[in-house]
Ligand binder design. Structure first.
Ligand code: 13P
Length: 259
């Protein structure tokens, strides 16, 4: 199994005290856990620098949860990829269903952001996934294809190489109902094959994440899935004990210490 990528997406949660506590605790977790896992923290962007300074560990990475597609200019309230890079984050979560829904981000807007992220030497974590209704209507693969195609159109054939794609079915987010490992594997296989086919390059390297109600209870079966490179954890990442347990289980699975 490859190095699992474990991402904490705090969404619009957290405060100074949590930043302090979480940073202090993560400094002390067993070194092997972050040597053998790629750990990416995505608190609200204003806390990134503080956490980075407190944790002081080059093996723990940071992601912004959003970015504007402009690099600079009269865009009040926005933050650019250039700035995200400058504060030392390495990744940007893009196209999360909460942004698609609450901020009307369509595939074109997300593709523009993807382009700006790559141009500024950051790594996109592109979230894709279908709603419950779309799933019921048998549209899952079409929805995923549309979400992927716009990136190819805007950013070119090589755009997905060395990027993360998170399959986050909307019906699994914040509901406590994770997708089954069988379904996750099936969809991940489809995404991988589709991207390789579209990019016309079998060496295209992508890192597949699953997100949606990941917890200490289901991490074992999810991380064991053949096509899964890692997980994107929402509410389960706010409690450091939970999050560290998820990291620990992933580590043990990787090391074959847990069946
Ligand atoms: P939950 O883990 O809270 O379901 O959120 C998943 C998610 O949206 C991660 O980006």
């Amino acid at each position: 199994m490859k190095t699992p990528i474990i991402i904490a997406n705090w969404k619009l949660n957290g405060h100074k005290l949590l930043v302090e506590k979480f940073s202090k605790k993560i400094k002390n977790i067993e070194k092997n856990f972050f040597k053998e896992n790629t750990i990416i923290l995505s608190p609200p962007v204003i806390y990134i620098q503080k956490m980075k300074e407190k944790i002081k560990n080059k093996k723990i990475f940071f992601a912004a949860q959003n970015v504007d597609f402009n690099n600079k200019g009269a865009f009040t309230g926005e933050i650019s990829s250039y700035m995200i890079n400058e504060i030392g984050a390495k990744y940007v979560i893009l196209g999360h269903s909460e942004r698609r829904k609450n901020h009307n981000e369509d595939n074109l807007c997300i593709a523009k952001k993807f382009k700006s992220v790559k141009k500024n030497n950051l790594i996109p974590i592109l979230c894709i996934g279908e709603t419950e209704q779309e799933k019921k209507d048998g549209l899952t693969k079409n929805i995923l294809k549309n979400q992927i195609n716009q990136i190819f159109l805007k950013c070119g054939l090589n755009s997905f190489h060395k990027t993360c794609i998170a399959y986050e079915p909307v019906w699994a987010i914040g509901t406590g109902k994770n997708a089954s490992p069988i379904l996750i594997n099936k969809i991940m296989k489809f995404i991988k094959k589709y991207i390789i086919y579209k990019s016309k390059n079998k060496n295209t390297k992508i890192y597949l994440q699953y997100g949606g109600s990941v917890s200490t209870k289901n991490i074992k079966s999810i991380i064991k899935s053949k096509y899964v490179n890692g997980v994107l954890v929402g509410s389960g990442s706010l409690d450091y004990k939970n999050f560290f347990k998820i990291i620990k289980i992933s580590y043990k699975i990787k090391k074959n210490l847990l069946k």
